[in-house]
Write a protein that binds this ligand. Structure first.
Ligand SMILES: Cc1ncc(COP(=O)(O)O)c(C=O)c1O
Length: 453
C-alpha cells in the first residue's frame, strides 16, 4: 500500500481517498508488491494490456536494439522500417482487404483517428452532412473528449457532458438484465440490430457517419452478442452507407482466441482499432486499421489527415509491437487463448455456477465475466455500497491472486469480476485462480450488503 509515513505521495490518485498497492516487480504473469507479496495476475496488469506477461527478455532486447538503430522521427514527415514492418504484420493478420494502418499512442487516440478517417471518407465522397456517430449503451471507447462522447457510460461521462458532442446510443445486445431479458438469442439479435436501424432512420441516414462498437465489452460485463447480431450490423451499415468501426482495443491481439474478436462471427469491419495487447503493457501504442476502399477514396481526393500525435508510430514503440507479435506467433498464444478459454469456461461452470451469488458466467477465450446476484434474488442487483468489489479483491489477494471486480452503475449490468489473464498463463494456475475465486465468493458472499438491491 502507499506509505505516506515515509514520504507523502505526489500522485494525484484517480480516487483520491483510496489506498493503492505499490507493485515493484513482475515476471510473466506473477506480480510482486513492495511488501514482498507475490500474486498471480488474473487481470493482465489490471487493464488487460499485459497480454504476453511482463519482464520479457525478447521485448527488452528489441527495445535496446531499436535504440541502437533509430528511436524516433515524426511520422508527419517520415517513416521507419519498424513502423512499416508492424503495419505489414498487422494487415497480414487482419481480414482480407484491410491494408492500411495509422499508429497512435493508445486506444482513445485510435478511436478518435477512426472517427476522423470516417469524416474524411464522407467528405471525399461529397457527403459533408455525414458526421454523426452512433454507439452502444453501455460501451467504453476512451477518455479523450471525442472518445468519451462515443462512450456509452453515463456514470463516467456525465460530469464532462458540457464538453462532449451528442452521440446517439443504442442498447447493446445484452440479455442478462435490461429490456432484452427473457428473449431468445435470435430475438435479441433481431431487436438489438433493429434498434440500430431505428437510430439511423430517426437521425436521418444522410447524416450518420459511423457506428462504433466493441465486439465484447467490459462495460457489458463481457456479454457475448448472440449469433447473427454482427452479421445484421454489417448488413445495416452497408445498407445505409454507414462506416462500421470495431473497437478491438481490449479484445484484439488474440484475447478471445482469434486475432480479432469479430473474426469469431466471420464479420469484418471497415475500421478496426487496437491498443492494449499491441503494446502489451510495455509501451503506449495504438493502431487504426483501415479497409482499402476508405483509404483509396480519401487518397483519390488527396485529402490530408493533418492531425497526428508526436509519438504516433515511433520506431521505438513499433519495434516493441513487433517483438510482442513475434512472441504471440512463436508461442501460438492465440490458439492457446482459445484452448485455455475453453478450459476456463468448464472450470467456471464447474466451480462457480452452483454458488447462489453467481448469476451469470460468460465471455470468450481468456476474456470472461462473472456477474453477481443476491443469494435470495436471482434477478436482483447490489447497490453501489455493497462492497463486493473490495471484498472479492481482498479475498483473492489473500489467496495469492490479483483480480478485478467492478460495480457497473446501470440497469443492464451490475457487479462483475473480469478474468483476463496473460495468454501465457499456465492451465494449472488458471484453474487455481478459479478455485480461489469460488472460495473468495463463498467466504465473502454472506456478508455482502444487499441494501438498495
Ligand atoms: C474497448 C476500449 N476502447 C478504448 C479504450 C481506451 O484506451 P486507452 O486507455 O489506451 O486510451 C479502452 C481502455 O480501457 C477500452 O477498453
Amino acid at each position: 500500500m502507499t506509505d505516506s509515513t515515509v514520504r507523502p505521495s505526489a500522485i494525484f490518485y484517480r480516487s483520491p481517498n483510496d489506498e493503492y498497492p505499490v507493485f515493484v516487480h513482475a515476471d510473466g504473469y506473477r506480480i510482486r508488491d513492495a511488501e514482498g507479496t507475490e500474486l498471480i495476475d488474473l487481470t493482465s496488469g489490471i487493464s488487460g494490456a499485459a497480454i504476453i506477461g511482463q519482464g520479457s527478455d525478447a521485448v527488452a532486447k528489441a527495445m535496446v536494439d531499436q535504440v541502437g538503430k533509430i528511436s524516433y522521427a515524426h511520422t508527419t514527415g517520415a517513416t521507419t522500417p519498424a513502423q512499416e514492418e508492424l503495419a505489414y504484420r498487422l494487415t497480414s493478420l487482419a481480414p482480407e482487404g484491410i491494408d492500411r494502418v495509422v499508429f497512435s499512442s493508445g486506444g482513445s487516440e485510435a478511436n478518435e483517428i477512426a472517427m476522423r478517417i470516417t469524416r474524411q471518407y464522407h467528405l471525399a465522397r461529397g457527403e459533408p452532412d455525414r458526421w454523426k456517430i452512433i454507439s452502444l449503451y453501455p460501451s467504453y471507447h476512451g477518455a479523450t473528449a471525442a472518445a468519451l462522447s462515443m462512450t456509452g457510460r453515463w456514470d463516467i461521462n456525465r460530469d464532462y457532458e458540457p464538453y462532449l458532442f451528442g452521440s446517439r446510443k443504442v442498447m447493446a445486445p445484452v440479455s442478462f438484465r435490461g429490456p432484452y431479458r427473457g428473449l431468445s438469442a435470435e430475438e435479441v439479435a433481431i431487436q438489438a440490430a433493429n434498434a440500430l436501424v431505428v437510430a439511423i432512420e430517426s437521425e436521418g441516414p444522410e447524416s450518420v457517419a459511423a457506428f462504433i462498437a466493441e465486439p465484447i465489452a467490459l462495460s457489458t460485463g463481457m456479454a457475448v452478442p448472440p449469433p447473427g447480431y454482427w452479421m445484421r450490423v454489417r448488413e445495416i451499415c452497408d445498407r445505409y452507407g454507414v462506416v462500421f468501426i470495431v473497437d478491438e482495443v481490449l479484445t484484439g491481439m488474440g484475447r478471445t482466441g482469434r486475432f480479432l474478436c469479430l473474426d469469431h462471427w466471420d464479420v469484418s469491419a471497415d475500421i478496426t482499432t487496437l491498443s492494449k495487447g499491441l503494446g502489451g503493457g510495455y509501451v503506449a501504442l495504438g493502431a487504426t486499421l483501415v479497409r482499402d476502399f476508405i483509404a483509396e477514396t480519401i487518397g483519390a481526393e488527396n485529402r490530408k489527415m493533418a492531425e497526428v500525435h508526436t509519438y504516433s508510430g515511433s520506431a521505438q514503440a513499433c519495434a516493441i509491437g513487433i517483438a510482442i507479435l513475434d512472441i504471440i506467433e512463436q508461442n501460438d498464444l492465440i490458439e492457446g487463448s482459445a484452448r485455455k478459454g475453453e478450459l476456463l469456461e468448464v472450470w467456471l461452470t464447474d466451480y462457480l455456477s452452483g454458488l447462489p451469488w453467481v448469476g451469470d458466467v460468460r465471455g470468450m477465450g481468456l476474456f470472461r465475466g462473472l456477474e453477481y446476484v443476491p443469494a435470495d434474488n436471482p434477478q436482483g442487483r447490489f447497490s453501489a455500497v455493497s462492497g463486493i468489489s473490495a471484498a472479492i479483491t481482498k479475498a483473492m489477494w489473500s489467496r495469492g491472486f490479483l483480480s478485478r471486480t467492478m460495480h457497473h452503475n446501470n440497469s443492464v449490468v451490475s457487479d462483475v469480476t473480469t478474468i483476463a489473464p496473460a495468454l501465457t498463463i499456465s492451465e494449472a494456475d488458471l484453474e487455481q485462480g478459479v478455485i480461489a475465486l469460488a472460495d473468495s465468493i463463498s467466504q465473502s458472499g454472506p456478508l455482502w450488503n444487499t441494501d438498495g438491491s
